[in-house]
Design a protein around this ligand. Structure first.
Ligand SMILES: Nc1ncnc2c1ncn2[C@@H]1O[C@H](COP(=O)(O)OP(=O)(O)O)[C@@H](O)[C@H]1O
Ligand SMILES: [Mg+2]
Length: 184
């Protein structure tokens, strides 16, 4: 595969000037660099290192965007074309059983990958064109310790959908439901 940044160790804002910024957060900026690729440009190398580690380990899972290329302050990864769980909730005002199963699959993958954070944000779960979730922003995968998806539940609260979700969880996986209840 052709290297976008010629294997540079570091890139600067200048190298990104030609691309469109499609997202930004506290830790970096995301630019669309090809039809199917984005680059995440990190403000801090420490954050970059933590996210890269999680992304490398996560390559064995379908929930992780493909990792294409990286240096010390950037990661080129798969562009996930789709809407976030947050937007889905806003648009549909409901979380059905099928959606709940997909969310539980994601959380179970975190566990299987050895992440210590079994949680994410509703804005970081992106549903692709096949209806499968891909999760972005993994810098806390090993630095948080979350057996209960507190952030996710909080994100659902905003749309009044936590209860609905938990009813499905209880039906699908009562053991998991009880484990969450115990930790609360
Ligand atoms: N692989 C991706 N595909 C599509 N959109 C993305 C991708 N990565 C990031 N984004 C967009 O950019 C935003 C910020 O990315 P994120 O990784 O959360 O940055 P930060 O670490 O600064 O919070 C996301 O909320 C999302 O809208
Ligand atoms: Mg983020």
């Amino acid at each position: 595969m052709e290297n976008l940044f010629n294997g540079s160790k570091k890139i600067s804002q200048k190298d990104l000037a030609a691309f469109n910024m499609i997202g930004d957060g506290k830790d970096g900026e995301i630019y669309k660099v090809a039809d199917d690729k984005v680059v995440k440009y990190f403000f801090k190398e420490e954050t970059h290192g933590r996210e890269l580690e999680a992304m490398k380990i996560g390559q064995s899972s379908t929930i992780m965007p493909r990792l294409y290329e990286y240096g010390d302050n950037y990661i080129v990864m798969e562009f996930i074309k789709g809407i976030s769980l947050a937007r889905h909730m806003k648009r549909h005002g409901t979380i059905n059983e099928d959606m709940t199963k997909k969310i539980l699959f994601v959380l179970d993958e975190f566990k299987k990958l050895g992440f210590t954070r079994w949680d994410t944000e509703v804005r970081h779960m992106l549903m692709d064109e096949n209806g499968d979730f891909k999760v972005i922003d993994h810098k806390r995968a090993f630095t948080s310790d979350s057996p209960v998806p507190t952030k996710l539940l909080k994100g659902m609260d905003k749309f009044g959908l936590t209860k609905e979700f938990l009813v499905h969880v209880k039906n699908i996986n009562p053991k998991l439901f009880n484990a969450w209840k115990k930790h609360k």
